[in-house]
Structures are given as structure tokens and as C-alpha cells.
Design a protein around this ligand. Sequence first.
Ligand code: MN
Length: 316
Amino acid sequence: MSTSGTDADAALDRNCPIIDGRREFQRVSARTSDVGGISVARLLPHRQRRLIGAWCFLDHAGPANFDDGQSGLIVGPHPHTCLQTFTWMIAGEVLHRDSLGCEQIIRPGQVNLMTAGHGISHIEETVPGCNLLHAAQLWIALPHAERFIAPRFDHYPELPEFGLGKLTATLLVGEYAGFGAPTLRFSPLIAMDLQWRGAGQNALELRPDFEYGILPLEGGGLHLDGSALAVDELAYLGQERDSVRLDYSGGGRALLIGGEPLDAEITIWWNFVAHSKADIEQAQDDWNAADKRFGEITAARGRRLQPPEIPWRRDR
Ligand code: MN
């Protein structure tokens, strides 16, 4: 068991130690959380790792099967600021509806991207009759210059798919191996889904200026530089690497995320990201006052979410 001081140091260090001539990776284990009635594995933020590039939040939901009569995921109206919510759907169907009036069902193989900027609210609900859910939902922090941009919603039904050795790669955002994803981004970053059926080995090329993480999402048999990595264990690879060796067998899937380290200090509180605590306080007051900043959503199946009291205010 490490002390909190050690964790804090580890959470800031971007260069994983070199042991016996090999650069190690940091292992971050998931904690379980409940989102809209679904148990999720939360990997970011974590006391051992706050950010990977601009990726500041990572939930792995499912795979889950709902029995007849269970409604699946029901997340009621809630706001966001200064971030992009990024949903990668693996199984099941989820309806997104937001305060701009956008309504979109997301299906397997697709990405939903909601750019919150100055403020937006939305709901997410399993489509009636659907009894499956397997997805990753991430947040991308917006850079300081874009923190108050106008909100928007984008849906990406098709993304570049290509072979990397015996892996099938789907590029969700960013560039890789000469391919480019259409996904709107505001800082240099990448997300890529990697699937395998059967045994193989690849050296996966990396950019030394990016920091990276790899999270197995299903199946098994994945080794990074010779070390086994299980589902819901996040490997933080740090910066200053030009490749990582992947060995795999059986069948499985993993998510690679990475990016240039964020050059700004951000605060995450509840569903808000901000570049200052004052901006968090303003967002929370606006949501609690039902200010038009976050619009309105009618006919939601879930209740409107209420934030807990801001801890640093309570202590004031
Ligand atoms: Mn949300």
C-alpha cells in the first residue's frame, strides 16, 4: 500500500521508470461507480493518474445485459462545461438528447461527441427494447482559449478502420498510420480501438511527445512489453516512448488513448471542467438557478441531476 504522497508524485510523473533497460508502465486499477443505474469501471481521474493528454475522465460501462423489465442506462438532465463528452459504443443503443435540440441514437462502431464549451445539458438513455450496453465514455478537457466556445454536438457514424499486424484498428479521433479521423478536436490527441481474434504480435508505433494509456475492454490475452494486462486495468505508458510491444491471443479488444500533455491546470468538479475554481462556482450556481446558459430538456425519463455542495466553498 503506497502513501498518498507517493500517489501524488506518481500522478504527476510523465516518464515511467526504466528497469532492467525497459521502460515500465504505471498500472491504474478501476474503481466501481454507478452511472444512471449501471455499474461502471472508472479509470480517470484517479489518485494515481489525473490526465492522459487532454483526456480527463474515462468510464468503461459494461458489457451488461439487462433482464426484461430493466430499463438499462437512464441518466437524467445534467450540465457540462469546458469539455467534450466522447462516447464510443461497442454494444447496445443509447439515445442522446441535448439542450440545443440535438437528438441522436448511437450504435456500435460509432462515436458521439458533445462539445460543452460555455455550457450545455443532455440526457442519455438506453433505447427501449435494447437489453445490452457496452461503451466507453470519456471527457476531453478544452484548452484555455476554447474554454467558453459555443456548444455543439457531432455524431460520427463511420470511422477509419485498418489492419495493424493482426489487429483491427478503428481510429476514433486523431491521426495514425496515415489515416485521419473526422472527429472534432481542439488539442493534439488520439483514441484508437484495437481488436484481435487469434494470436499475434505488433510493435505499436507511438509519438514520444504524446503520453498514452491502454485499457483492455473485453476478452483477454493481452501483454504489453511482456506484462499481462487485464480488462479494466489501465496501463499508463508516459511520454518519451516510440513504441510498445503488444502480444495477444484468444480474442479481445483494447482502447488506446493519448495526447500532448495539457499545458494548463484544470479543475474537475461533478460534471464541470474549468480553468479556475471561480468558473466552477459560476457554472454550479447557473445550473442550480436553472439559468438559460444550460438550456432546457423536456420529457426526460430520468430526474434532473443536482450537484453536491462544492467542498472548498463549505470550508470557507
Ligand atoms: Mn453527460
